[in-house]
Write a protein that binds this ligand. Sequence first.
Ligand code: COA
Length: 131
Amino acid sequence: MDVRYTWRGEFENAEVNALHAEGFGHRVLEDDWSAQVQRYSLGWVCARDGDDLIGWVNVPWDGGVHAFILDTLVASRMRRHGIGRQMIVIASEEARAAGCEALHVDFGPELTSFYIEACGFTPTPAGLMQF
Ligand SMILES: CC(C)(COP(=O)(O)OP(=O)(O)OC[C@H]1O[C@@H](n2cnc3c(N)ncnc32)[C@H](O)[C@@H]1OP(=O)(O)O)[C@@H](O)C(=O)NCCC(=O)NCCS
């Protein structure tokens, strides 16, 4: 499998909207991801199989030492080939290189083996207000 990964690589909003809809099981929206990540993110990772965007993760931050993982997405046809893990590796390397001291993520219990065991996050008490 020849997957190409880029940090802060180019993407079309429609590509991310399609991955997001498939990954989170909703209709395809018309969100302006490009504007959002340019304004609020330290970066993002694109994974491409040829021309196709088959993985994407957003890494927003506080402008200082905290970065966050949001919207980790891999196309369903490409899952369980290590692509999600590799995107997190790249996100963590870039966050560290940018001077971040912590990379945060929250997730449902079904993804414990992905984030904790495969990607190396440390389990920690955390809080969430869901609106
Ligand atoms: C979660 C997601 C990004 C994982 O991407 P992926 O490329 O399939 O993950 P990887 O192949 O790197 O997985 C590495 C390991 O993590 C674990 N893992 C991955 N996906 C898992 C899942 N859905 N459930 C449980 N464990 C999982 C496995 O141990 C896996 O190794 P294995 O395939 O040898 O068993 C992908 O399933 C996805 O896009 N899901 C829908 C969107 C979503 O829920 N995103 C997370 C939001 S917090």
